[in-house]
Design a protein around this ligand. Structure first.
Ligand code: PLP
Length: 412
């Protein structure tokens, strides 16, 4: 058929892949140039209609839904190349690419949860994930229950005969709670419950949920995989063929696909992912150390930091940390908030992290939690450490703190 991916090279790669270190995988995962007519990067295929040479091939076309190019919506050489690279990084059976991280989350949940099912969802999930389960799935008769991030193997007490899936995100959005994924996956497996993890923060270079017994690893590829703040894309990587087919069916039924340009850009972004993450990680560590020395800072959440409540889990399961973390100050009034953020020169106000640029945003009111834990109180500032020179970023922060101190000093 139209699919000219290099199957021999692919078979060879399945042997060679696991022996490669992450940096090598990031550079070489996916179809090899030999399978793309020698091109280093995949072609950008714009396609809806696919033409078949014979009536026999046309009548048989749906047999190719899962891994061949049969209709633009179901995948092109560009999206398959990206899916293959992502799956190799995640250590999965195969991956599906979608229009956004949010759609990958929605499709993962909608592919499995239906009328009468019970769904366990980590309390610390990304806000739109929470809204999808409470506003959309609840409307379709799915019963949703949130669990605290620290639950571990005690999740067994919440499992019911109709529990269909346990959905996690680690570290959690805003509060950076670490979840004991292996413990929860083990409980789920023993009961035939599916598990999914939103792995956007760590990327498969620093955490591989499937290796810990999880069925589906999700990424907002909009973030680090793309890395340049210019495209939206999501990925769902399945541990098994059965799960992969259900995810692929869900994407087809709900009519979801990613644009060829965005697939191309994310594929390109993956090639430099290891180098970028090394810098994000190093700069984040520098900034965290700097914040820890400021008297106004009451708490920091960055799992790689030895004082973080989730540090032990991070150290056991993860191989690195990225550039996003939370800093709590002893409260900022409106005037101090404006003085802190508005004149900043390098840190910009923007939510979607994972790009090359540094971001600092106020994160209050505090995120919604059904099962509050030991989240720090006060004013939460979420920082994304970009690729700028660390010293320049520190200077920007020093100036911001100086402006707040000046206001406080001037107060009678
Ligand atoms: C941004 C984000 C998403 C959503 O990704 P989009 O591509 O913006 O839809 C999902 N999960 C997490 C943890 C995120 O930070």
């Amino acid at each position: 058929m139209q699919d000219n991916r290099d199957r021999d090279a692919s078979a060879m790669r399945r042997d060679a892949g696991p022996r490669w270190q992450e940096a090598t995988r990031a550079v070489h995962a996916g179809p090899r140039p030999a399978g793309q007519g020698g091109l280093v990067n995949p072609p950008v295929d714009r396609a809806s209609t696919i033409i078949y040479a014979t009536v026999e091939a046309y009548m048989d076309r749906h047999k190719g839904l899962y891994d061949e190019v049969i209709y633009g919506l179901y995948g092109t050489r560009t999206s398959f190349a990206l899916a293959e690279a992502v799956s190799a990084l995640e250590g999965g059976f195969a991956a599906v690419v979608t229009a956004s991280g949010t759609s990958a989350i929605a499709l993962t949940l909608a592919a499995f949860a239906g009328q009468g099912d019970h769904l366990l969802v980590a309390d610390c999930v990304y806000g739109p994930t929470r809204r999808f389960v409470t506003e959309v799935l609840a409307r379709f008769g799915v019963e949703v229950e949130f669990f605290g991030a620290g639950i571990g193997a005690d999740i067994a007490a919440l499992c019911r005969p109709n529990t269909r899936m346990i959905y996690m995100e680690t570290p959690g959005s805003h509060t950076f709670d670490m979840i004991d994924v292996p413990a929860i996956a083990q409980v789920a497996r023993s009961r035939g419950i599916l598990t999914a993890v939103d792995n956007s923060w760590a990327t498969p270079l620093f955490f591989r949920p499937l290796a810990h017994g999880v069925d589906i690893s999700i990424a907002s590829a909009t973030k680090y995989l793309s890395g340049h703040s210019d495209c939206l894309l999501g990925t769902m990587t399945a541990a098994s063929e059965t799960v992969y087919r259900q995810l692929k069916d869900a994407a087809a039924r709900w009519g979801n696909c990613a644009s060829p340009d965005d697939c191309y850009l994310v594929h390109r972004g993956i090639r430099t992912l290891d180098a970028r993450l090394e810098r994000h990680q190093r700069t984040a560590a520098t900034l965290v150390d700097w914040f820890a020395r400021q008297p106004e800072v009451t708490a920091i959440r960055y799992p790689a930091h030895p004082d973080d409540p989730g540090h032990a889990i991070w150290k056991r399961d993860f191989t690195g940390a990225t550039g996003l973390f939370g800093v709590w100050l002893d409260g900022l009034n409106d005037e101090e908030t404006r003085a802190f953020f508005n004149p900043m020169t390098l840190f910009q106000l923007g939510s979607s992290w994972g790009g090359f640029e540094s971001l600092a945003v106020p994160a209050w009111p505090a995120p919604v939690r059904d099962c509050p834990g030991d989240e720090p109180q006060g004013a939460l500032i979420r920082i994304h450490a970009g690729l700028e020179a660390p010293a320049d970023l520190v200077a920007d922060l020093e100036a911001a703190f100086a402006r707040v101190r000046a206001l406080r000093g001037a107060r009678p």
